[in-house]
Ligand binder design. Structure first.
Ligand SMILES: Nc1ncnc2c1ncn2[C@@H]1O[C@H](COP(=O)(O)OP(=O)(O)OP(=O)(O)O)[C@@H](O)[C@H]1O
Length: 474
C-alpha cells in the first residue's frame, strides 16, 4: 500500500482549519417537505462509451459470460431489457440474479461498485416475482433513502416493465398517495417514513408482500439514521418475505447488522481495494485557503467545457451562497437540497436530467444512487465528514458522491478541494481507505489543470461503439 503522504501533497503552510460553518451539515437522508410526483426525464445528450470492451474484460465489474436470455426471465421482461438496449448483464446482474430468483426464495446482501446496474438486478427480481393478475395488490416494496432515488427506481421498474401488462408502480413518497384510495399498485417504491405512515393508516395492505428491497442498505440500516424506521417497516411485513439489500458500500459495522436484518442471506461482497470505479479519474485541487475555493471553482467553470457536473457542499447555506455568487458571475446553475419542497425538488432534478441545467449544487441528499449518465465531473467542494462534529472523514459518502459520474463504463473526473491540514488529512485518509492515488491539480498552473481535466472529459466522448439508451419518460 502506498504511503499516504506520497498520495497527495501536504499544504504545509496552509492556515489551520477555519472555524466551521455554524450551520449544520445537510443530512444524507431526506424524506420530508415532499409532494407530487412528476415524470422523470433522462438526459437527451448522453455521453457514449465503448461498452463491449468492458463487458469482455474479466477484471471489469461489467464483465459477464452470459446474455439476459440465458437468465430465464419471462419474455415481457426480456423485451423491456431489449427496449432499453441492455445487451449483456453486468457482473452483479449475472451473478446475483440466479441466486435471487431461486426457489424457495433466499435473502441477498449484494455489493457492487457505483453505476454497475444494481437497480436493474433487483428490479428484474421484483418483476419476476409479482403476479400481474393482481395489479392493485401490493406484492413488492422497495425502499430508498431519498424521494429522488425512490422516483428514479420507480421509473426503472416502469421502463423495464413496460411490456408487463397491468403493471402498476406507485411511489410512496410524501404527498403522492391519495388518502381516499391508498396504495393501489403491485410494486411500491418509497421512503421509510412515508411507508410506515401509510401502513399505520391502513392505506397500504402489506399482507401479500413477497419481496422487500432496501437500496443503499448500509445507509438505510445504519442505526444513526434510518435504521430504526427500516426495523419498524420489517416488523410490519409478512415474516417469510424475501429481503434484498443492495449498496456499493457495506462497512463492517453495518454488515453485522445487515446479516441480522436479512438472515441466511446469500452474499456478494467486494474487497475494499475493488470499490473504486476505474473510469473515474480522482483528482484534488490544492487551494491556498478556504476563501480561495470559490475563485478556483469559478475559474474551473470559466475555463472548461464540461458536460453536466455536480458540486457537493456540506450545508444548505453554502449551497445557496455558491449558487448566488456563481449566478452573479454569469454562470447558470441549479441548487437542490432538503429545504426545498418536494415538487420543486422534482422539477429541479428533471431540469438537470434533461440538460436544461448543467451544473447542480447539492448536499449529501443526492450523494447516493442518482443516475444521470451525462455527468462528467463531480466536485467535492467540501470533503465529506461524518456526523455533526465533522471529526471523521466519511469515506463511504466520498465513494457515493464521486460515483455520480463514470456510470456503467463511462469515464468522468472527480475533483476534491482541500485547503488546510484538516481537509488535507481527511482526503488522505479517504485515499488510504480505498488504496488510491489522487492526481494533484494546482490553481497556479491553469494550463496544466485544464489539460488534465479536459483529457478525461474529452475521452468520454471518443470512439463510441455502443451507447446504452436509458430511461425516457416515466
Ligand atoms: N446490462 C446493462 N447494459 C447497459 N446499461 C445498463 C445495464 N444495467 C444497467 N445499465 C445502466 O447503467 C446505469 C447505472 O445503473 P444503476 O443506476 O443501477 O447503478 P447502481 O449500481 O445502482 O449505482 P449506485 O451505486 O450509484 O446506485 C443506468 O443508467 C442503467 O440504465
Amino acid at each position: 500500500m502506498a504511503d499516504l503522504a506520497s498520495r497527495i501533497t501536504k499544504p504545509e503552510d496552509a492556515a489551520p482549519a477555519a472555524a466551521g460553518d455554524s450551520s449544520a451539515p445537510e443530512a444524507q437522508i431526506e424524506g420530508a417537505n415532499d409532494g407530487g410526483n412528476g415524470g422523470l426525464f433522462e438526459s437527451a445528450y448522453d455521453v457514449e462509451v465503448k461498452l463491449s470492451d468492458l463487458q469482455n474484460d474479466t477484471e471489469s465489474p461489467l464483465y459477464s459470460v452470459s446474455s439476459f436470455d440465458q437468465l430465464g426471465l419471462p419474455k415481457p421482461i426480456n423485451d423491456g431489457l431489449l427496449a432499453m438496449n441492455f445487451k449483456k448483464p453486468s457482473k452483479i446482474q449475472e451473478r446475483a440474479l440466479p441466486l435471487m430468483l431461486g426457489n424457495p426464495p433466499r435473502n441477498m446482501i449484494a455489493q457492487s461498485q457505483s453505476g454497475t446496474g444494481k437497480t436493474a438486478a433487483f428490479v428484474l427480481t421484483v418483476l419476476s416475482r409479482i403476479d400481474l393478475s393482481k395489479p392493485t395488490q401490493p406484492q413488492a416494496l422497495l425502499l430508498a433513502p431519498s424521494r429522488e432515488l425512490a422516483r428514479q427506481i420507480q421509473t426503472v421498474v416502469q421502463t423495464i416493465g413496460q411490456f408487463c401488462e397491468n403493471l402498476i408502480v406507485e411511489a410512496a413518497i410524501p404527498g403522492n398517495i391519495s388518502r381516499e384510495t391508498g396504495v393501489k399498485a403491485s410494486v411500491v417504491v418509497g421512503t421509510p417514513g412515508t411507508v410506515i405512515d401509510l401502513i399505520r393508516r391502513r392505506q397500504f395492505d402489506v399482507s401479500q408482500l413477497k419481496v422487500l428491497v432496501i437500496d443503499e442498505a448500509d445507509n438505510m440500516l445504519d442505526q444513526q439514521g434510518l435504521g430504526e424506521q427500516c426495523v419498524r417497516v420489517k416488523g410490519l411485513l409478512p415474516k417469510d418475505i424475501q429481503i434484498l439489500l443492495f449498496s456499493a458500500t457495506f462497512p463492517d459495522k453495518v454488515m453485522t447488522y445487515a446479516e441480522r436484518y436479512a438472515p441466511k442471506a446469500n452474499q456478494m461482497k467486494l474487497r475494499q481495494q475493488d470499490l473504486t470505479v476505474k473510469g473515474i479519474s480522482q483528482m484534488y485541487m490544492d487551494c491556498p485557503n478556504e476563501k480561495a475555493k470559490y475563485d478556483v471553482l469559478c475559474k474551473l467553470y470559466g475555463l472548461m467545457t464540461i458536460g453536466s457536473s455536480v458540486i457537493f457542499v456540506r450545508t444548505r447555506e453554502s449551497a445557496n451562497e455558491i449558487q448566488r455568487r456563481m449566478e452573479a458571475d454569469g454562470h447558470k446553475v441549479s441548487v437542490l437540497h432538503g429545504a426545498y419542497e418536494g415538487v420543486n425538488r422534482d422539477a429541479l432534478l428533471d431540469d438537470f436530467r434533461s440538460g436544461r441545467s448543467k451544473v447542480l449544487i447539492t448536499t449529501n441528499v443526492l450523494a447516493r444512487g442518482i443516475d444521470v449518465s451525462s455527468v462528467s465531473m463531480v466536485i467535492n467542494y467540501d470533503i465529506p465528514m461524518k456526523g455533526m462534529g465533522d471529526k471523521e472523514p466519511d469515506a463511504e459518502t466520498y465513494l457515493h458522491r464521486i460515483g455520480r459520474t463514470g456510470r456503467f463504463g463511462r469515464v468522468g473526473v472527480s475533483i476534491s478541494f482541500v485547503y488546510d491540514r484538516k481537509s488535507f488529512s481527511a482526503l488522505s485518509e479517504i485515499a488510504n481507505v480505498y488504496d488510491i492515488d489522487l492526481i494533484q491539480l494546482s490553481p497556479d498552473d491553469w494550463d496544466l489543470t485544464e489539460k488534465k481535466v479536459q483529457d478525461v472529459i474529452k475521452s468520454s466522448r471518443a470512439a463510441p461503439d455502443y451507447a446504452p439508451s436509458t430511461a425516457t419518460k416515466a
